[in-house]
Design a protein around this ligand. Sequence first.
Ligand code: BES
Ligand code: MN
Ligand code: ZN
Length: 512
Amino acid sequence: MISTDRPTLTALPLAETTADAVVVGVASGPEGPVLLSDALPEELAVALDASLELLGVRGRADEVHRLPGAAGSRWPLLVLTGLGSPDAEGRVGSEALRRAAGAAVRSLAGTASAALALPVSTEEELQAVAEGAAMGAYAFTALKSDRTHEKARASAPVGALEIVADGVPAERARQALHRAQVIADAVCTVRDLVNTAPSHLYPETFADTVAAAAEEASLQVRVWDEDALREDGFGGILAVGQGSSRPPRLVRIEHAPEDARAHIALVGKGITFDTGGISLKPPASMMTMKSDMAGAATVFAAVRAAARLELPVRVTGWLAMAENMPSHTAIRPSDVITMRGGTTVEVMNTDAEGRVVMADALVAATDETPDAVLDVATLTGAQLVALGVRHTGVMGDDALRDEVVASADRAGELAWAMPIPEQLRSSLDSRVADISNMGERHGGMMTAAAFLREFVDAGRPADEREQSPTPWAHLDIAGPSFNESSPYGYTPKDATGVMVRTLVALLQGRAG
Ligand code: BES
Ligand code: MN
Ligand code: ZN
């Protein structure tokens, strides 16, 4: 389910590369396209720059052109990748580099090796190019049989990536590439898990895969099976899972370094397939629902990345896994369930299952009184209505919410702060239980957040929780986690791996 076949990254001067293709950047300047590469031989650079307009090159983002390697040069293929508009100083920024590297490498599938000679002068820019290239070198082929293997091989992602960054000292370049490798691998791990078919990835196999990989990364692991979930009162996870022949799981993973400066808890939604349950989804809405475990995959990958980067922050990850199926054992609309911590929930719509499993996990996560808790979930269709398919919705306590958005900016991801309007809470009132799992439909992303908020610290004694409430933020990735349109930049079709980089950036920020 998780591939171990990732591209290699090395830093090399252009003179030493033997790659099949060399990638250079073109920016879209106020007076037309400008070649941005200090690495190309002068003569070639001048000739190329002069013919850009005639070649129809504009230098826009996601624009990739392939040219034959110039006469006498050692590379059979020269690739121009668009960097978009530069700022007043002629710089394009890390995310433009990341994206241009990704688009170029993606277009080079079928080529064994590529050297990227983009305008890089800092470690951060070097890391961005390496991340973009490694994220662009992705394909999901685990479930292709040998019959299509030949074809798949012909369009395999680039396996060897060389990054040209002559301005960055060797040791610093090595460290930047290591960080890029860890982060890109985390993103691609999420993609692998999300792309895996629900016939293969269900709570038991998901938990086993995560547990094995986490142990290998020296994380502490605990898995709750159905009996253990019952023992510990996880009524929400059990209820959502009870309609499936594949029982639910809860997984806790922990990175606990000795020099920890903070303790951050991460909670992820792990619905391995969401049919809607008895409140069945129409077929078209079900098509992408293998991706309903993207939040849990993201949490797993972020905790493992924190360990690999040896961040001095204690991180606990909680992965709430269940399959939401309609059957004679499934929960019904009107059922009342008792959650971990004792809150009763009236299930008005079995398709609002994500908030129910997340509630249990939020209670368990905050029972340990971390310094902050963040949750990641493909929670609502309303997220797509509000923010579209690329921006993650971020809600919760103001300071932590804004820290998430700032972390996303640093990581080059798109996240947008949203409110949790006070009046939405009463729309969740139930006549028979403490709370209903469905409320106001308009602004449904925020209604779902209002539901989750009720479960932060819900297992702690009231006086304690009032004195030291756990700061909480909620990330709704329903749209951004799965790309149903064409690939762009370093983002492929299908699973994207969105928000891993943001979580890692936040943990790095907390590490100081
Ligand atoms: N997994 C879905 C949300 C979703 C929708 C994710 C589209 C990705 C793309 C979630 O479990 C769900 O079904 N939510 C309902 C809630 C409603 C019944 C209150 C929704 O958004 O329609
Ligand atoms: Mn649902
Ligand atoms: Zn769901």
